[in-house]
Design a protein around this ligand. Structure first.
Ligand code: CTP
Length: 418
């Protein structure tokens, strides 16, 4: 993982209620050893004082193209940055950046830099969902800008929806990932990581729900966060991504989302799509058992404790492993609590996967429901890659790095045979 020590971060802050969170982000960057130069837009000044950011950052706040001793702050800041982070980014900033409208210092820095750029949008749900905003994001994404999707939660007006600035820990994780993957991009800002350009990727995420009656189900603790992070990272690297998910987590435009609930629905959506894909990542926690019958009406307590008869579900990963087209990379996931490596190695072999990503869900902060993870990736040759404790987006990057290696190895051996 890239260290922030000594790295030059330009922190752009726009005028939105979430500007106050930029203060915390700035503090965390400085604590991590980064050299932070804050750049505030005029609107940001209506929400937080320059003094606050200047006191916490490594340099005083810049906010103007003109009132600076440095005659060319826009090019100097952009050229010397290792990463430019905009948090929060308003709809206006996204539009200006997407279309090269460099009307103030921050947009000039963004246009002048060749460093990776991480933008963290925050706005009301209606604005976030507007096609103009989503189109601008798609344009920025296609140029390799790192987009940190906003989260769902309470918004400034008291209503609830998607649009809340991403959690500072997630923002920092994306800055790390951008520094890892985004070394000096040449003019034109192509994607810093475009190793999956044109690759068709299918990802499953979340835990399936097996209904007992109209209100009850058998479920599991999978949140879907790791699968969603993999889908987002694959999109960022240029892949054409389909995400079969049991969750309602936000999904960036550009990912085809297929919503499922049960193991049977997941199987049917995956089995029909998998033959057309280059990579299939089975991150979903698929139920192993399902009720034989679903009661048509709610089971009543007065009728006594129900005996729910279960039957085994189809093992989707094993089925995909059996019918795998040549060159396809199949990735299984395993959540284990004991004999982690031995159990995962056995699953890799019996299910016919190329890679298996295993986590020890007994360890603190690892696996289900957490934003963080620590995994081991096993391949068929017996090689093991340890991915240390990190945000799930970074873990997603490490998983796709291994996928990319296997994919290109498979491509090479296909070429050798022809
Ligand atoms: N999996 C699947 N279909 C199932 C169960 C699991 O495709 N019915 C996939 C998961 O998506 C995951 C991998 O198999 O990629 C491993 O899942 P896991 O539940 O850990 O393994 P199981 O085979 O169910 O083994 P066990 O419950 O004995 O640990």
């Amino acid at each position: 993982m890239a260290t922030l020590t000594g790295r030059r971060v330009v922190l752009g802050v726009c005028g939105g209620i979430a500007a106050y969170k930029a203060v915390e982000i700035c503090r965390r960057l400085v604590d991590a050893g980064a050299h932070v130069t804050p750049v505030m837009t005029q609107g940001a000044g209506r929400f937080i004082g320059e003094t606050t950011l200047s006191a916490l950052a490594s340099e005083p706040v810049r906010s103007s193209l003109w009132d600076d001793a440095d005659p060319i702050p826009h090019t100097r800041l952009g050229q010397s940055a290792d990463v430019v982070l905009v948090a929060p980014a308003t709809a206006r900033l996204l539009s200006a950046y997407a279309h090269g409208y460099s009307h103030d210092l921050l947009t000039n820095v963004l246009i002048a830099t060749r460093a990776p750029v991480v933008v963290c949008p925050a706005m009301h749900t209606e604005m976030w969902e507007h096609p103009a905003v989503q189109d601008n994001l798609a344009l920025l994404r296609s140029r390799g800008t790192w987009i940190v999707e906003p989260e769902r939660g309470r918004l400034a007006g008291g209503d609830t929806g998607t649009g809340r600035l991403a959690d500072p820990a997630r923002v920092l994780a994306e800055v790390h990932a951008a520094l890892d993957g985004g070394s000096a991009a040449p003019a034109g800002h192509p994607a810093p990581h475009s190793d999956l350009t044109g690759v068709r990727v299918l990802v499953t995420a979340g835990g399936t729900r097996e209904p007992i009656d109209p209100v009850r189900f058998i479920g599991n603790r999978s949140s879907g966060k790791q699968g969603h992070a993999i889908a987002e990272e694959a999109l960022h690297r240029g892949a054409a991504v389909t995400l079969v998910t049991t969750t309602d987590l936000p999904v960036p435009k550009g990912i085809e989302r297929v919503r499922v609930d049960t193991a049977a629905q997941l199987r049917s959506e995956v089995v029909s799509r998998a033959p057309g894909c280059d990579v299939v990542l089975m991150a979903a926690a698929v139920a192993d058992f399902t009720p034989v019958r679903v009661a048509p009406d709610k089971l009543k307590k007065r009728d006594g404790i129900p005996l729910v008869e279960l039957e085994a579900t189809a093992d989707v990963l094993a089925e995909l492993g059996q019918g795998k087209p040549p060159g396809q990379v199949l990735v299984g996931f395993a959540a284990e609590t004991a004999d982690v490596v031995a159990n995962a190695g056995a699953k890799l072999r019996t299910k016919g996967a190329d890679l298996i990503v295993v986590n020890d869900v007994g360890a603190p902060g690892v696996g289900f429901e957490h934003d963080t993870n620590e995994v081991l990736i096993l391949d068929r040759s017996g090689e093991q890659h340890h991915v240390p404790f990190a945000h799930k987006r970074e873990v997603a990057g490490a998983v796709l790095d291994r996928v990319s290696v296997v994919l290109h190895r498979a491509g090479r051996s296909d070429e050798e045979q022809t």
